[in-house]
Design a protein around this ligand. Structure first.
Ligand SMILES: Nc1ncnc2c1ncn2[C@@H]1O[C@H](COP(=O)(O)OP(=O)(O)OP(=O)(O)O)[C@@H](O)[C@H]1O
Length: 265
């Protein structure tokens, strides 16, 4: 085996707080291979965003390190793009302009024709060519999330980091976007790290489900391999008895072994 694509090695994160140091993560280890689709699950506040923020380079581990292709991650870079639940689009720009701005800032030396072609290609990929001129206020939640995904992918990152991207969407839109995300992932072969609270979503999308223990001082409790062949068909995998075994295993992990005192979900 060669070196892992992404390596999270003995990572701890301690925040200073008025009440003293607060250990969010304690000794987290994970390796991710290129083009893997990883979902991360764990109770609210256990440190999922904290972990992915360190992969994105928005913050640094207190101890340990995160490496991408053997290089330590010290800051954000266009090789890692993050998509948030809240879309983070600029409201005064159209869908097209939101994507263009990202492409232009990462590839300033490309010709304008090339940049325009990249924007069109990615809006097309998420089915938004007809809505290119609309501003975020004129788009539905699902459409805004499509723009955010198009924007992230338009700069051709190595890793796409998704922080509960479909959490605010209705069930039908969510399923549509999951299908689209799988298609895009298959075509781009991008490595995906995605936080979700939805076990069914993880079982449909991921190669591996990373299950975190509760904080403070959370760790990775277990990594579950999701063996369903690809391309995946939702109806077919839900007929597979193994689906329910895996689902029950993950539910048991979250709601019995690591039950959360104040878990409202
Ligand atoms: N800058 C900070 N200073 C102090 N504590 C912080 C800071 N950022 C996050 N925390 C704390 O770290 C813990 C983990 O937060 P994080 O957002 O990573 O959890 P999460 O698992 O992503 O939660 P959720 O599922 O609710 O989004 C929380 O208790 C949070 O209050």
């Amino acid at each position: 085996m060669g070196e892992p694509f992404l390596l999270i090695e003995d990572v701890s994160k301690i925040y200073p707080t008025p009440d003293g140091p607060y250990t969010v993560l304690d000794g987290v280890n994970l390796t991710v291979q290129e083009s893997e689709f990883i979902c991360l699950i764990g109770h609210s506040g256990c440190g999922k965003s904290t972990l992915l923020n360190m992969v994105a380079g928005f913050s640094r581990p207190t101890y340990g390190e995160v490496q991408l292709q053997g290089k330590r991650i010290l800051e954000p870079g266009p090789d890692r793009m993050m998509v948030f639940q809240g879309y983070a689009l600029l409201p005064w720009l159209s869908a097209y302009e939101n994507v263009y701005l990202a492409v232009d800032s990462v590839y300033p030396r490309k010709s304008q024709a090339d940049k325009k072609a990249i924007v069109r290609e990615h809006l097309d990929m998420v089915g938004l060519s007809d809505a290119a001129d609309k501003k975020p206020g004129q788009l539905s939640g699902g459409m805004k999330q499509r723009v955010a995904i198009a924007r992230a992918l338009s700069i051709r990152p190595e890793i796409l980091i998704l922080d509960e991207p479909f959490g605010a969407l209705d069930a039908i839109t969510k399923e549509e976007l999951q299908e689209e995300l799988l298609k895009i992932w298959r075509e781009h072969r991008v490595t995906v790290l995605m936080i979700t609270h939805d076990i069914d979503e993880a079982l449909f999308l991921a190669d591996k489900l990373v299950m975190m223990t509760n904080g403070p001082a959370a760790k990775i409790g277990e990594v579950m391999e999701i063996p369903f062949p690809r391309p995946r068909n939702r109806a077919r995998i839900m007929e597979d008895p193994q689906y329910y075994e895996l689902r029950n295993y993950a539910l048991d992990f979250l709601f019995r072994r690591y039950a959360h005192d104040d878990a409202a979900d």
